[in-house]
Design a protein around this ligand. Structure first.
Ligand code: SF4
Length: 94
């Protein structure tokens, strides 16, 4: 289980160099500029989350996304709406 980060601090980002997404098409992690139907979004996010699940820096990535209120994309295995639920205390990070 991840703990919520210190939201007042700007976390270091050296971990980004080790993210598996660096070798992956960013379009898997971020929504397209055109409208994306729910089944398409869910499939894309599932692909991204599968990559995140294998990523050695998933937890610092998630902590960074939460601390910076990253508004778009899948970070640390969580999509934007899921991160918002974590920040609101409506969902637990794991
Ligand atoms: S957890 Fe996911 S989004 Fe974060 S660095 Fe790893 S692959 Fe990229």
């Amino acid at each position: 289980m991840a703990t919520l980060p210190q939201l007042s601090a700007t976390p270091p980002t050296e971990w980004q160099e080790h993210g598996l997404c660096r070798a992956t098409d960013a379009s898997v992690f971020f929504p397209p500029v055109h409208f994306e139907h729910k089944p398409e979004r869910e499939a894309r996010e599932a692909r991204a989350k599968a990559i995140c699940a294998q990523c050695p820096v998933r937890l610092p990535c998630l902590e960074w996304a939460l601390a910076t209120r990253e508004p778009y994309g899948v970070w640390g295995g969580y999509a934007e709406g899921e991160r918002k639920q974590i920040l609101l205390g409506k969902r637990r990070a794991s």
